[in-house]
Design a protein around this ligand. Sequence first.
Ligand code: C2E
Ligand code: MG
Ligand code: MG
Length: 482
Amino acid sequence: MADYADWTLQRGDLNISRARAALDLLASEQRQTCSPDDIARLQELTTDALSVEEIAITSSGRVICNTWGLVRNEMRLTEKSIPLSDGYSLRLNGGGISTPSNGMVVVSHGDYHALLKRARLVDVLHDTPMLLGIASLDGQPIALSGDADPELVSRLVKEETSGFNESEVFASRRGKDFAAFAISNRSVADWRTDSELWKMVPIGVGISLALIALIVWVSRQRLSLAGELATGLHKKELLAHYQPIIELSSGRCIGAEALVRWQKPDGTWVRPDLFVPFAEQNGMIGQVTAIMIQNVILNMKTALAEHRDMHIAINISPQDLESGQFLTLITDEIHAADVQASQVWLEVTERGFIHADIARTTLAKARDAGHVIAIDDFGTGYSSLSLLESLPITVLKIDKSFVDAIGRNAATSLVTPHIIEMAHSLKLKMVAEGIETAEQETILRQSGVQFGQGWLYSKALPFEEFITFYEKRNAGQKTVRR
Ligand code: C2E
Ligand code: MG
Ligand code: MG
């Protein structure tokens, strides 16, 4: 429960920091006149700053323009606000500059205001009976994912705590600006006995038939994909391609990420972002991971034995972390092939940390076996700093969206230096993902990011092509021991 409270706090902080970043840009650019150029900039920042729905500029408390244009009717900021750190403030119920009924909170800095949907601050988990909430440090509820007992809430936000009563378990966390809490029924058995579905039964035979047809169609599609994937796994239609990873200071190729590819017998390729999530949801990802491990060792054992400073990174799914079976398989394969454990990196995403204790146990075993553990797509999930510190991670992969933002004057670009700084302070090595331009490479290298991967260097390659790339790229360069 404490982890859930922690994630909620991180989620709230992240959303507010995106709003802050957009407001800081407006202030630094001195956008005050609401010229057509200013309004175009408001629109651009609203699109860029994920979770910001609208931005407004006021003069003496009156809104003069917002993302949608000039504002002629009288709209005034409400006086009452919750102070946040660094001179920002927060207003509830639309803050007077948006209709109260639409559930907006307003983050303000001077005359600049960003509107966020209140519900966004707590949308940490989907489809859960758990109640998550954020409140001001003095106990005013800001966003709740459901109904909560006000007395329990005010007790939870007063100090960090965790515990239970006859009917609920709960925990709370306090941050710089907010307190967050998670409350769950002790018995989830009675969860949703008044499910929405039952209320909808008497809607009419026509709709029911259409629904049945839809369900049949969807399950056929699922069955056919499940069947095809099972056949594909059995017939070994899945294989690994390798995307080179480059040391930014020297330009050397130091290894590759293995990315799964599926070519069907008719020659068509299925994209991994379609079938990997499907395999995860349908209990088939363990087999995909196993095929990848076998492929990687089969393809790369000679090169890995020849170049001890070369590594291959394998993607590990949350379910793999839970079962831990992949580790036995890797150990068996590398022993039979004269490959060192340090040459096999494991990429895990923040989604894998939902069950933090299980992840910690499996990752500790992997670290003890000698593997390097990287956190993938960093910045897109919800894991907290304290959680990261408690896991044996030594490499952080900066997600492509943060690399894309570099040099674009987008709100997210303000977050990138923070991620880099954080990695430095945690002494983590970094791999920047999705580098496409020389400008991105230069900025990342100058910021002390050690490694990069992306189309600037190469797309993922079949293994023979990767070996050629590696030899060519490193020709004449001395091997460096890491
Ligand atoms: P990922 O692990 O973050 O992999 C990086 C993705 O970014 C790859 O897409 C790669 O081709 C793409 N990429 C790399 N550089 C660039 C660039 O410069 N520009 C652009 N636009 N894209 C770039 P891919 O191969 O389609 O894989 C998508 C995702 O599928 C992966 O993201 C990973 O989450 C998952 N995946 C791929 N292979 C495996 C696997 O073997 N096991 C598991 N569990 N997941 C996998
Ligand atoms: Mg990856
Ligand atoms: Mg990634």
